[in-house]
Ligand binder design. Structure first.
Ligand SMILES: [Zn+2]
Length: 194
């Protein structure tokens, strides 16, 4: 099984585009289309993580896997693995021609965690595998870690996906919408300073 650099995903993506089944309009409006380089992949991930986040928040387990192109160039997701409340170990696909991204959820709201952001380990893991990453939060956010740009950004904000109603956010102190590894390390250090 080979893992390709993020740069090569686009070429495979072009072949696959004609086979895509359009996601519901409401989703497309939420993440925008037409200008996003990975608009189709983002919609696929949004669709997958919408239902997975409901289970993740309900049962308070993380779920994880990979989004990849199979040997026919079709976009697929591996069956979600169930992890713990703060961890999950995805299983690599066997019929992959290129892995596009990892995906995972962050279980239910936990006031002692920084679960509205990807973790430093989340970002480092994707970067070391040279793949992108999708992550859903208990607040209903969908994050995309871009391996080429070396940053993570929200594709969809607070309460966009199915969310944990016990998590309520002060509109004056929302999480940042884009982070790189340095910013994320600072935010993490501040959160766990005391
Ligand atoms: Zn995570």
């Amino acid at each position: 099984m080979r893992i390709f650099q993020a740069k090569s995903f686009f070429l495979v993506g072009l072949i696959w585009i004609s086979a895509v089944v359009a996601a519901p309009v409401a989703y497309a409006q939420k993440i925008g289309t037409g200008f996003e380089r990975f608009a189709e992949e983002h919609r696929f991930a949004l669709d997958l993580l919408q239902s997975l986040n409901e289970r993740s928040v309900d049962l308070n387990y993380e779920y994880c896997g990979f989004i990849y192109y199979d040997t026919s160039g079709l976009l697929r997701a591996t069956k979600p693995e169930k992890g713990g409340t703060h961890s999950c170990l995805p299983v690599f696909p066997e019929d992959s021609s290129a892995i596009f991204a990892s995906y995972h959820t962050h279980a239910a709201y936990d006031p002692n965690s920084l679960n509205e952001y990807p973790s430093v380990q989340d970002m480092e893991g994707d970067f070391s595998n040279a793949i992108n990453g999708y992550m859903a939060t208990p607040g209903g956010r969908l994050w995309f870690t871009d391996a080429q740009k070396r940053l993570s950004r929200q594709l969809c904000g607070y309460r966009c996906l199915v969310f944990d109603p016990s998590y309520r956010e002060d509109p004056r102190s929302r999480p940042k919408t884009v982070v790189n590894l340095n910013t994320l390390r600072q935010i993490t250090d501040e959160k766990f300073a005391d």
